[in-house]
Design a protein around this ligand. Structure first.
Ligand code: HEC
Length: 157
């Protein structure tokens, strides 16, 4: 990879070329790390394309997603929606799919103080009942379904 490297400079100093070659994987790793901090670009392992209908059902279900405990969403048949968090209406206009995926999978990476559960994280959780140890709250497929649903929510109230 010599992109961005002046060929004359490289020819003049072979050691610089060596350093540049050694450095570029590090820089690439840092770049993809920074990207990973704001979003998860690829579907979670083992999941197929998300289904918005299934995702809507997960968001609406008080025993599965619990989302409506804190959020409101354009799901008119569900009464008593939460107001501890921003409305999910318009989430698909505010965030890209990778950004939504990270926000559902592990919101604490963006805000360590958040009250929102990390739906796809098994490490570093305090107070986990033994029966739940090593299990994520939602499966990879459920996260993809929820993300697919949220990405359809383009209208802000
Ligand atoms: C215990 C409360 C709680 C639950 C349950 C919860 N969230 Fe959140 N969520 C929050 C809070 C608070 C924020 C605001 C950002 C922050 O504090 O991290 C947030 C932020 C978000 C955002 C970004 C909002 C925006 O547009 O700015 C999305 C999207 C989201 N949550 C989706 C969900 C989904 C989907 C579920 C269910 C699978 C869920 N949340 C469950 C509390 C919660």
């Amino acid at each position: 990879m010599t992109e961005g490297t002046d060929p004359d400079t490289v020819a003049a100093s072979p050691w610089l070329a060596t350093v540049a070659r050694g450095l570029s994987p590090v820089l690439l790793a840092l770049a993809s790390h920074a990207q990973a901090l704001d979003g998860i670009p690829n579907p979670l392992p083992g999941a197929t394309a998300g289904d918005p209908q299934r995702g809507r059902a997960i968001v609406a279900d008080r025993h599965v997603g619990l989302c409506l405990l804190c959020h409101s969403a354009p799901i008119p048949e569900e009464r008593f929606q939460g107001d501890l968090a921003p409305s999910l209406a318009g989430a698909g206009a505010r965030w890209t799919v990778p950004q939504l995926r990270l926000r559902i999978a592990d919101s604490s990476r963006l805000n360590p103080q958040t009250i929102m559960p990390s739906y796809f994280r098994t490490e570093g959780l305090a107070r986990v009942a033994p029966a739940h140890a090593g299990k994520t709250i939602l499966s990879a497929q459920q996260i993809e379904d929820v993300v697919a649903y949220l990405s359809t929510l383009k209208d802000t109230p």
